[in-house]
Design a protein. Structure first.
Length: 585
C-alpha cells in the first residue's frame, strides 16, 4: 500500500482526472482507455470488482483499473497505461481471450496492447511500453491517443484524416495489384493442373505402349531363335557340302550332336540314381531300426501302422536292381571317346559320298558347247553370289559361325532394338509416376513454375532461385556458380514482419517455405542450404537474401503462386495460427 500511495502521488492531477473520467465513461464508449472492442465484455460492470482476465480468481476494485499500478498478474487491469509493460511474454499454452486478426503475436499479458481508435483510419494496437513515452507513434496511433498524459509536454495531434486518406489510396493500389496477382495465381493453377493431367495421360499411354513392346520383344526373341536354328542347319549343310559329304554329312553331324546330348542326359540320370539309392538305403535303415527297437506293448497306433507298412514294403518283390555288368555298360556308354561299344564316327567321315547337286550341275556343263558352258557357268556364279549377298546361301569362303550370319545379325538387332525401346518406356513410366506423386506445394501450383528462375544482385554476388530446382550464387566480378542447395521439400513458417510501404515483403502470417539442402560444401563448414520464404507478389522476384549462419541462407521471394494461400489453407484446414493477419501486397 505504501508503494501504491507513492505511485499515485507521483501522478499529475491532470492525469488523475483523465484516468478517472476515462474509467467511468467516455463520450463515444463506456470502455476504459486502451480497451479494444473485443475485450469490452470484461469491463462492463464499473460498479463491481474487476476480475483479472486470465486469473479471474483475483479481483480488485474497479477504481484500480488504469490507475498506473499493475495489480493483475496478466496486466489486464492496466489497458491504458504502461504500468504492466514489464510483463514480457504471455504463456503460449494459455489462450488469449478475445484475440482476433488485429492481435499481435507473442505479446505479454492478456491484452495485445493499447488500443488506438484511429477514427478515420484503421484501429490498431500499440505495445504498452510505447504508451506515454513522450514519442508520437503516428504510424500506429495516428490519433495520438497513446500519449494522452502529455509526458514532457508532448502533445500528439490527430493525423488520422490525412494518414487515412493516403492509406486508402495505397490500399486501393494494393488491391489492384492483389487482383492482378490473384489472376496470375489462377492462371498458374490452371497451367499446373493441365501439366498434371498431361503426366497422367502420358502414364496411361506409356502403359499401353509397354504392353505392345513386351509382345514385340517376345516375338523378336522367338524369331531370333528360329533364325538361329535355320542358320545352324544351313551352316551344317554348308560344312557338309564343303567336305563333299552331301546329305549323309548333314545326317552325320546331326546324329553326332544328338548322341552327345543323350550321353549327357544318361550321365546326369545315373548320378541321380546313385543319390536316390543312398537316400532309400538310409530310409530303409531307419525303418528297420524302428521295427526292431519299438515296444509292441506301447499302444501307439501311428508307430504300429508305420511298422506294418514297412513289413509290407519289405515283403514285395522288386525289379529295380541291376548287375555289375549293366553298370559297367553305362560307364562305357557315357565315355566321350567311346569307340568300342558306341559309334566310330571317323569311319563315316572318311567315306566318299556322291557329288553334291551343285557339283552335278557343273559336271553336266562339260557336255555342252564351250560358248554355252561359259554363259551357264557365269549365270550360276552370279545367281549364287546374289543369294549369298542377301543371306539366303552361306558364304563358303567365310566362317560358318551362326552369329556371323546376316540373317541372325538382323534378327538380333530387331530384338535388341525392341528391348531397348521397352526399357526406355519402363524408365519413362517410373519417372512420370514419381513426378505425379511428388509434392508441388499447395494445390500442386509450383508444377507450373518448375525450373523457372529469378535473379537478384546483392553485395558482391548475383543470386538465383530456380523453383523446385536449386539456389545459386555467383560473384559479380566473375567466377563460377556455387550451388546453395537443391530442392528438398516444403514447410510452413509463421512470419511476424510488417509489410513495407512498397508491398515488397512477406507481411505477417503463415508463409510457404521451400527448402533447398545439400548444396556445395563450405570450407571449414557445412553443406550450403537455403530457406526460400514466399510472399504474395504480382511477379516472381527476390526481395532480399541474408546469411543467417555460416553457409545457411534465407531468401525472401515474391510470387503470385502463394497469393491467397492463407485463405486456401484455412478452407482446407491447413496450418493457420490464431491472430495471423492477411497482409499481402
Amino acid at each position: 500500500m505504501i508503494l501504491r500511495k507513492q505511485v499515485l502521488l507521483a501522478l499529475t492531477s491532470n492525469s488523475l482526472l483523465a484516468t478517472a473520467a476515462d474509467t467511468r465513461s467516455s463520450s463515444d464508449s463506456s470502455r476504459p482507455r486502451g480497451v479494444g472492442p473485443e475485450f469490452a465484455k470484461f469491463y462492463k460492470a464499473p460498479d463491481k470488482p474487476f476480475a483479472c482476465i486470465s486469473n479471474p480468481s483475483i479481483s480488485i476494485p474497479f477504481s484500480h483499473v488504469n490507475d498506473n499500478y499493475c495489480d493483475c498478474p496478466d496486466g489486464s487491469d492496466e489497458p491504458g497505461t504502461s504500468a504492466c509493460s514489464y510483463l514480457h511474454h504471455f504463456n503460449p499454452e494459455q489462450p488469449r481471450p478475445g484475440a482476433n486478426a488485429l492481435t499481435p503475436k507473442n505479446e505479454s499479458m492478456a491484452l495485445p496492447g493499447f488500443y488506438c481508435k484511429n477514427k478515420g483510419h484503421v484501429p490498431a494496437y500499440i505495445r504498452f511500453e510505447n504508451v506515454n513515452d513522450g514519442v508520437c507513434d503516428w504510424d500506429v496511433c495516428c490519433d495520438g491517443g497513446d500519449e494522452w498524459m502529455g509526458v514532457g509536454g508532448v502533445k500528439c495531434e490527430d493525423r488520422c484524416a490525412s494518414i487515412g486518406k493516403e492509406w486508402k489510396k495505397s490500399e486501393a493500389k494494393r488491391a489492384e495489384g492483389l487482383g492482378r496477382a490473384t489472376k496470375k495465381r489462377r492462371e498458374l493453377q490452371f497451367e499446373a493442373d493441365r501439366r498434371r493431367k498431361e503426366v497422367g495421360e502420358k502414364i496411361d499411354a506409356t502403359e499401353i505402349r509397354i504392353e505392345g513392346l513386351e509382345r514385340k520383344v517376345k516375338e523378336a526373341e522367338e524369331s531370333l531363335k528360329e533364325v538361329e536354328r535355320r542358320e545352324k542347319m544351313r551352316a551344317v549343310k554348308s560344312d557338309a557340302g564343303a567336305k563333299g559329304r552331301g546329305k549323309l554329312g548333314v545326317l552325320l553331324s546331326l546324329s553326332r550332336d544328338r548322341v552327345g546330348e543323350l550321353r549327357g542326359a544318361l550321365t546326369k540320370t545315373r548320378k541321380m540314381r546313385d543319390d536316390m539309392v543312398e537316400r532309400v538305403a538310409e530310409l530303409e535303415g531307419l525303418l528297420t531300426a524302428l521295427k526292431e527297437e519299438y515296444n509292441p506293448n506301447f499302444n501307439d497306433a501311428g508307430v504300429k501302422k508305420a511298422v506294418q507298412g514297412w513289413e509290407d514294403y519289405a515283403a514285395r518283390e522288386s525289379t529295380d536292381t541291376w548287375t555289375d555288368a549293366e553298370d559297367r555298360d553305362l560307364v562305357e556308354i557315357a565315355k566321350e571317346d567311346n569307340t568300342e561299344s558306341g559309334i566310330n564316327w571317323s569311319e563315316f567321315e572318311a567315306e566318299e559320298e556322291e557329288p553334291s547337286d551343285a557339283a552335278a550341275i557343273y559336271s553336266l556343263t562339260s557336255y555342252l558347247p564351250p560358248p554355252l558352258q561359259s554363259w551357264l557357268s557365269g549365270s550360276v556364279s552370279s545367281l549364287r553370289q546374289m543369294l549369298i549377298d542377301n543371306g539366303i546361301l552361306p558364304d563358303a569362303t567365310k566362317s560358318t559361325n551362326v552369329d556371323d550370319s546376316p540373317a541372325v545379325k538382323n534378327a538380333r538387332k530387331t530384338k535388341d532394338d525392341a528391348q531397348r525401346d521397352l526399357t526406355n518406356a519402363q524408365n519413362d513410366l517410373k519417372r512420370d509416376r514419381e513426378d505425379l506423386e511428388k509434392d508441388y506445394g499447395p494445390g500442386g501450383i509450383f508444377r507450373a513454375l518448375k525450373d523457372t528462375c529469378v535473379e537478384k544482385e546483392s553485395g558482391e554476388y548475383k543470386y538465383s532461385h530456380c523453383f523446385m530446382s536449386k539456389t545459386t550464387q555467383q560473384p559479380k566480378k566473375g567466377g563460377g556458380q556455387t550451388t546453395m542447395g537443391n530442392f528438398a521439400g516444403f514447410e510452413i513458417e509463421y512470419v511476424d514482419d510488417d509489410l513495407p510501404a512498397d508491398g515488397k515483403g512477406l507481411g505477417r502470417g503463415d508463409r510457404v517455405v521451400m527448402k533447398y539442402e545439400n548444396g556445395q560444401h563450405c570450407w571449414n563448414g557445412p553443406n550450403r542450404s537455403t530457406r526460400v520464404v514466399l510472399g504474395c507478389s504480382e511477379t516472381d522476384e527476390i526481395y532480399k537474401i541474408a546469411e543467417s549462419e555460416k553457409c545457411v541462407y534465407r531468401m525472401e521471394v515474391g510470387s503470385p503462386a502463394v497469393c491467397g494461400f492463407e485463405n486456401k489453407a484455412e478452407e482446407e484446414g491447413g496450418m493457420k495460427e490464431e491472430g495471423a493477419v492477411k497482409d499481402e501486397l
